[in-house]
Design a protein around this ligand. Sequence first.
Ligand code: AMP
Ligand code: FE
Ligand code: FE
Ligand code: ZN
Length: 280
Amino acid sequence: MIDLHTHTNESDGTYTPFELVDSAVALGLEALAISDHDTLAGYDQALPRAQEKGLDLVCGIELSTKSNGKTVHLLGYFLAQPPSGGFRDWLAEMQATRRDRNRRMAERLRSLGIDITIEEVEKKGRSLTGRPHFARLMLEKGYVSSIQQAFDEYLDESAKGYVDREEPELSASIQRLRAAGGISSIAHPVRLGYRDPGKLRTLVGEMRDAGLGALECYHSDHKAHDVEQYLGLTREFELGVTGGSDFHGDAKPNVRLGVGTGNLNIPRSVLDHLREIRPS
Ligand code: AMP
Ligand code: FE
Ligand code: FE
Ligand code: ZN
């Protein structure tokens, strides 16, 4: 069993990179990818620990991108070596625009009567502070009674406290990953919310032409019929397959490492195949 989609506390997970490696080893995972949102800091810290423990650790990332006004999460995997400085500089630029958005969002929330400062929110995050950290602080201060309520009432894209952030285009992000030696994979396609399967097919076809490498077919949110649909698209468009739990530690307690919400069980062959098709 492997898990190619996990988060540490360098983004919005709660496990430290060390704890995540140790948990993967304890569970007997054959490979683990750390795919934090917009940062490689968790992977960088985990690598020496993984080497010490003999764990096959894959360098990954999950980018928030935009396509036709919709947010699309894009996974990237660096199977040969971690990305170069140029890619890291690009991530640093995105972190700067996110920080700017966070400042404006703290102000908006203050204007709505929520007494929080950007300093307090940033203390909750490490390399990256995002909306989940806002939600945690609002819960702690008693403005909401759950993380979900914080999103529903304030932080969701359609809610009154939300402030937009400039996100890179999906196709440009695919090309960035590729130029940095990575293979890209559209994360949890089910969350795109397309009722008409033809829409996803069109997007996948277009993105394949832009250099897309794979589709995340296995994910905690995917039902058996979703998996079949996505595997079908990978065959049709000759794409790779990725999969993982999307583990966030105690931030999403119903999703467990490796097994997801119960019986996710991704075979090692998925990673072996990715390694075969990766662009050289
Ligand atoms: P950010 O990148 O700071 O805009 O935050 C995005 C993250 O917030 C996503 O990766 C999700 O984990 C979380 N999120 C976004 N919308 C919702 C929602 N409606 N309910 C719960 N979590 C959400
Ligand atoms: Fe997340
Ligand atoms: Fe995601
Ligand atoms: Zn994720």
